[in-house]
Ligand binder design. Sequence first.
Ligand code: 3HC
Length: 381
Amino acid sequence: MDTINRITVLGSGIMGHGIAQVSAMAGYEVVIRDIQQSFLDKAMEKIKWSVNKLVEKKKIDQNEAERILNRIHPIVDIDQALKNSQLVIEAVPEDLNLKKKVYEELDRYTNEDVIFASNTSTLPISEISSFTSRPNKTIGLHFFNPPQLMQLVEIIPGKQTKQEIIDIAINFINKVGKTPILCKKDVPGFIVNRIFIPLVHEACYSLERSDVSLVELDSASKYKMYLPMGIFELADYTGLDVIHKATTEMHSRDKKVIFPHPKIQELYDKKEYGQKTGKGFYQYQGDNYERVQLTEELAKKFDPIALVSVAVNNACWLLSNNVCDKEDLEKALKLGMGLKKELFQTAEIFGIGNIINTLKDLQSKFGVFYEPDQYLLMLNK
Ligand code: 3HC
């Protein structure tokens, strides 16, 4: 059934180069394709940096590092790039018009057996599938940043995706050493982004509504909410361009899913995308991996109950809408966002009753976005 041995990754940005690398690490021959050689050169530099890090940390040896790099073929020519691949993973920018063009082109250059997977973070898989002649062979494979370190891949079937393709996708993700989690409904933000993206906006509101500094709030999100990075640090790391796009797409499909804060639009307009541009919520030396100094001492200055409440409420929405079960939800948050404690355990620490009261209070002041979900209300009975 599973005859994949060569993969083409379209797009060589943060996600594309990471997906190419993890696929090559699993033994696949990989073509990485972009529209300019200079983009591919940059991607290969990043892959080399990452592979060297893994050697440094003794996760792989030097010989293996060379074999991995030799399996990755950067190619601009689309026809050449797609030749003999059985799976195409698309990781081009999150623009539906661009995706439409890309999939129409893909259709022309690939035979009908080739499977199409999109790494979209928020666009509907069924809509993307409709751009192709093979919606039954198109699926969402949503990796997390950085793909080299994050264990989760959300698998999102579109309305017409065949079971056989879901099985092949799960098998592929297992082979690349990641954990697949099935997102049973093609909802805006799938599982993790439904919690992560609104959380960034809520952090902006908390900053505005409380007498707290950026690092204090960020430290509290790290040490009291058990995120591996502060929420603003994570936003900068993910990229404000990505967050802005995800916000717009999610909000255009469901007004209740997100309560956009103007700060994200402002940073996006100023092209302050975070680490990749040297400036976002914080300033950075360059576009290399860099951490913000957050401490438990600073965390004492802020109670992140509004953040916890919004995250838990969105988690409850996923459960009451049967997008995934609680076990998969917690697994997804642990492996896709690095949560160090289960979200519902954190909810218990803050108190379900307190969370509901916080949401009701915010709802009375700021509207329906904060309305407590039925599942959450049931937890209090
Ligand atoms: N390849 C190899 N090594 C890498 C790397 C890469 N791509 N990126 C970073 N590293 C290395 C670092 O250089 C560092 O090495 P060092 O010890 O020599 O300095 C090491 O990995 C990481 O160590 P740190 O102590 O800095 O960091 P952590 O232990 O906190 O782990 C992390 C880093 C895995 C990134 C962790 O902080 C984490 O899980 N952060 C949350 C990330 C997250 O939530 N991602 C999802 C965002 S949402 C998303 O992607 C969806 C999209 O659709 C928007």
